[in-house]
Ligand binder design. Structure first.
Ligand code: ATP
Ligand code: MG
Length: 260
């Protein structure tokens, strides 16, 4: 059983979905919660970011979604205590097509998570950069969506499309879905444009914004090459500290800690 499922989604590429998902999951796991990361992107960045070789994985998100493996058999332990992973490889790209013929194709991730025999406090799903059937499956399985975004000119255009998709999934497939928060990533407060875009986001989504943006930080980009979440590899960096705070905010907003 999974107590709370969160999807990290934004159809725009390279906005920090994977970095946020790995580091928040690791920060939450470090507080003693059991966290299951689900790599739902054929790029498999979450998988390699945790130092897991894609050549060696047997059961992945692909088999899990298509019902070709026992759900629990798709879960790997990682080098991090309390952090578990359902890995992904490029094979997952084919799932888009294979799901087309399935009945309740949008509900396969939910069925997979419901079939897990071990208990997890959180499942955190790293989505691909598209509003494809993989993302729809992640949203249909989730209680909340975390939207990582960069403060760039086109960010807001993409955001309204994503919000529309979230509303549709909520209407059609999953009435409990809500936006858990918008997380600003790679923020540089010295850039006028970033400040302006952030002001604009605040105008429309002030109640959804996480209190602190994640600043740009080289440590966050280096960590995947060590196969370790940055929050564990360099605890005192400003980027990793910001992820620690975002993790605390998520625990509050989901009611795991007081003040939610
Ligand atoms: P995709 O859409 O391809 O899945 P993504 O949204 O998952 O991408 P990431 O892979 O997390 O985005 O990040 C894109 C790039 O930006 C990566 O090289 C990552 O290391 C870097 N990056 C992410 N967050 C930060 C940050 N706060 N500071 C500096 N670099 C960052
Ligand atoms: Mg990614």
């Amino acid at each position: 059983m999974v107590r709370y499922t969160a999807a990290f989604a934004n159809q725009k590429g390279g906005v920090g979905k994977t970095t946020s998902c790995i580091n928040i999951a690791a920060a939450v796991a470090a507080k003693g919660y059991r966290v299951l990361l689900v790599d739902c992107d054929p790029q498999g960045n979450t998988t390699s970011g945790l130092g897991i070789s894609k050549k060696e994985v047997r059961h992945t998100t692909y088999e899990g979604l298509l019902g070709e493996a026992v759900p629990q058999d798709c879960v790997l332990t990682t080098g991090v205590e309390n952090l578990f992973l359902v890995p992904s490889t490029i094979q997952l790209a084919g799932a888009e097509f294979e799901l087309i013929d399935m009945e309740k194709r949008e509900g396969q991730m939910r069925r997979f998570l419901d079939g897990l025999t071990e208990d997890y406090d959180f499942a955190m799903i790293d989505c691909p950069p598209s509003l494809s059937m993989l993302t729809v499956n992640a949203l249909t399985a989730s209680d909340g969506v975390i939207i990582p975004m960069q403060c760039e000119y086109y960010a807001l255009e993409g955001l309204s499309q994503l919000m529309l998709t979230i509303r549709k999934v909520k209407q059609l497939y999953n009435s409990r879905l809500s936006v858990l928060g918008i997380l600003i990533t790679m923020y540089n407060g010295r850039l006028n444009l970033s400040v302006q875009v952030l002001d604009e986001i605040k105008k429309y989504y002030a109640d959804k914004l996480f209190p602190e943006p994640i600043p740009r930080s080289v440590k966050l980009t280096e960590a995947p090459s060590y196969g370790v979440p940055a929050v564990l590899y360099d605890k005192y960096n400003k980027g990793t500290q910001a992820y620690g705070k975002a993790a605390e905010e998520i625990l509050r907003r989901t009611g795991f800690t007081a003040g939610g």
